[in-house]
Design a protein around this ligand. Structure first.
Ligand SMILES: Nc1nc2c(ncn2[C@@H]2O[C@H](COP(=O)(O)OP(=O)(O)OP(=O)(O)O)[C@@H](O)[C@H]2O)c(=O)[nH]1
Ligand SMILES: [Mg+2]
Length: 512
């Protein structure tokens, strides 16, 4: 895609964001691999259960579907869309999403990459008439392609993409009754005045889904652009759900006006309440900082007035000063497109981008760490515990058999010696007996009985000897099991260590 850039410098990409997201994806990939390694190993050693398999599946699905979501919220015309263009789409060399004076974005717009789609570059628009199907939630509507109007995007043409994006600004003029029926007009709040046309302008679309093969979106980033104040109020379900699931919310104000009454209402209605549940990821942007740049004032005076605006905003919204970011989205977009590094530094965008990614990565990692710690670490610990107690059992059995085996050896030795003595005595007796009788005389009854006793003793000895063999075989078996179980424990412990180390491992530069 050719950038529109007359300065000759290439447009500035967002290497920081791309690097960070790349590192984050690799971090998740390694976690998935460790779990898969465990799954294969556990199956081979007969240590896997259906429940364990399901846990691993659930964790891998969570890692797979994990998205970093950033939502932009403000009153109309504070510069949300321009900020999105500047932060993420400057490499297209032009303003990609429509940003003009007055109300521009008319419906909540989600930008992401749909890797499962056959044609992954599209814009899908939900007609406002679907508001008549009051029981149908956005999630249900998302499952029903027939409800949406789809346009295919050509990612190699920035102009074609930007033209298609213009649709999010579309409105329709309808009669007041129709607007009322759609829930977009309340005659009690705004009674029609005499002489005024009985029509009203309403958004043409309820929601826009944009899938674009863009490097950051492909890494799992989702960006949510919301319409100004009125749009949020019309579709409460959509922004509320989106805001609660977003890892970061950027609340945009204009630096020249500070916190206006309508900004305050929006803050109190939509953001403030969710702050308690949100430990991190809330940033307030003082946009249009360039409006405070004044050639007739020196740099120190300008910096002091910007700092004052930031401090005042922090006080009014009861936030730490570190959550307030003065930027100029317009100059940011321009500086990136023109490759002007000095202007990029001045416009405050780099500081915001760095902070933003540190925040969202940290909150995503926290969520993943919690899931994996709860699901997989517990499962691994359970398996290690099971194998360890089996090992203890093997060792106990081994020790008692070895003790027995020692005893049997003594007993057998004793018996053999006794038998040898008896045999010697017997032979001695026979010799003495034969000396007193004729050599060829048949053995007497007594001699026959003695021989029988001798034979029976020898049989007993053979039995003892064979049971000793069985005992030794069993001991050898147990010794083999001991070695195999030790090996299993060592493998399990190294998988567990690898998993924990990976969970704690910092990703990318911002984590350091
Ligand atoms: N001077 C200046 N103007 C800006 C800046 N950012 C945005 N604007 C202008 O402010 C106007 C509104 O910008 P948008 O990006 O459309 O604002 P928005 O918040 O998306 O507005 P809605 O979509 O209507 O809610 C446009 O004319 C922009 O060019 C900035 O940093 N400096
Ligand atoms: Mg906008």
């Amino acid at each position: 895609m050719k950038p529109v850039n007359n300065s000759g410098s290439p447009p500035i990409q967002s290497p920081l964001l791309e690097r960070e997201l790349q590192a984050y994806s690799e971090w998740k990939h390694t976690l998935t691999n460790i779990m898969e390694e465990y799954r294969v190993w556990a199956r081979r050693h007969g240590l896997s259960s259906d429940e364990d398999e399901q846990r691993i599946d659930a964790c891998q699905r969570a890692l797979d579907s994990d998205r970093l979501t950033i939502a932009f919220v403000s009153g109309f015309s504070r510069g949300k869309t321009e900020l999105i263009n500047a932060m993420f789409f400057a490499s297209y060399g032009r303003r990609l999403l429509p940003s003009t004076a007055g109300c521009t974005t008319m419906c909540p717009t989600e930008l992401f990459y749909d890797q499962k789609a056959e044609q992954p570059a599209y814009i899908k628009l939900l007609p406002v008439e679907t508001r008549l199907q009051r029981t149908t939630s956005l999630d249900q509507l998302k499952q029903n392609p027939a409800s949406w109007v789809t346009c295919t995007l050509n990612p190699s043409s920035a102009d074609q993409v930007a033209n298609c994006f213009q649709q999010v600004t579309q409105t329709r003029r309808v009669r007041l009754e129709e607007a009322e029926l759609l829930g977009l007009y309340d005659p009690e709040q705004e009674p029609p005045r005499k002489g005024q046309p009985a029509t009203i302008e309403i958004p043409k679309w309820r929601h826009a889904l944009i899938s674009l093969p863009h490097p950051l979106l492909k890494q799992g980033l989702t960006i949510i652009d919301t319409p100004g104040l009125s749009g949020l109020g019309h579709e409460p379900e959509i922004p509320l759900n989106m805001l609660s699931s977003a890892q970061a919310i950027l609340f945009v104000l204009a630096a020249d006006t500070g916190v206006t009454r309508s900004d305050m209402a929006l803050w109190q209605n939509w953001i403030e309440g969710s702050m308690h549940a949100r430990r991190r990821g809330l940033m307030v942007i003082l946009n249009k900082m360039d409006m405070l740049w004044d050639e007739l004032q020196d740099d120190t005076t300008i910096s002091a007035s910007i700092e004052k605006q930031c401090n005042d905003t922090a006080t009014i919204l009861d936030l730490p000063r570190g959550n307030i970011f003065p930027v100029s989205a317009r100059k940011g977009l321009l500086s990136k497109i023109q490759g002007d590094k000095e202007l990029l530094q001045e416009c405050g965008l780099l500081r915001l981008e760095k902070h933003l990614f540190r925040e969202i990565q940290a909150s995503c990692r926290e969520a993943i760490q919690n899931t994996i710690t709860v699901e997989i670490s517990h499962m691994l610990e359970g398996t290690i515990g099971g194998v360890a107690s089996r090992h203890q059992g093997i060792l106990a059995q081994l020790s008692s058999l070895q003790e027995l085996s020692g005893k049997s050896a003594e007993v057998i030795e004793h018996l053999i010696q006794k038998n040898q003595r008896e045999e010697a005595d017997y032979i001695q007796e026979i010799h003495s007996f034969q000396a007193g009788h004729q050599a060829q005389e048949p053995p007497t009854l007594q001699v026959r009985e003695q021989r029988e006793q001798m034979r029976s003793r020898l049989q007993k000895l053979e039995k003892i000897s064979s049971s000793r063999n069985t005992l030794e075989t069993r001991i050898t078996e147990l010794q083999q099991q001991d070695r195999a179980t030790r090996q299993q424990l060592s493998t399990l412990r190294s998988i567990s260590t690898a998993l924990h180390q990976q969970i704690q491992q910092p990703t990318g530069n911002s984590a350091s």
